[in-house]
Design a protein around this ligand. Structure first.
Ligand code: ZN
Length: 94
């Protein structure tokens, strides 16, 4: 997976479909950025992709998916996690 961030910005993007994916003047890396430096939209898109690959039975287990997606996150980031989940719902195609 590739990570990009626009020059002069702290936030790393890792989903090329992200509306903020840098196309010019960016820095690229193969190392995973720390979670607090990852783009919310990218995280939401990754979460939705994980969901769409799940079986119908597993689809109800959003909370479990979020926990595994953000297993590295610590308690201080719990509020941000809720924001990401909300954004994921907004981005999910109907
Ligand atoms: Zn992004």
């Amino acid at each position: 997976m590739r990570y990009r961030r626009a020059i002069g910005f702290e936030i790393w993007h890792f989903q090329p479909l992200c509306t903020k994916w840098p196309r010019a003047n960016f820095q690229e890396a193969v190392a995973k950025p720390r979670s607090e430096q990852a783009c919310d939209e990218c995280m939401a898109r990754k979460h939705n992709r994980a969901l769409s690959g799940a079986s119908g039975r597993k689809k109800g287990r959003v909370a479990g998916g979020l926990v595994s997606l953000c297993g590295q996150l610590q308690a201080a980031l719990t509020r941000r996690l809720a924001q990401v989940a909300k954004l994921a719902r907004q981005l999910r195609p109907r």
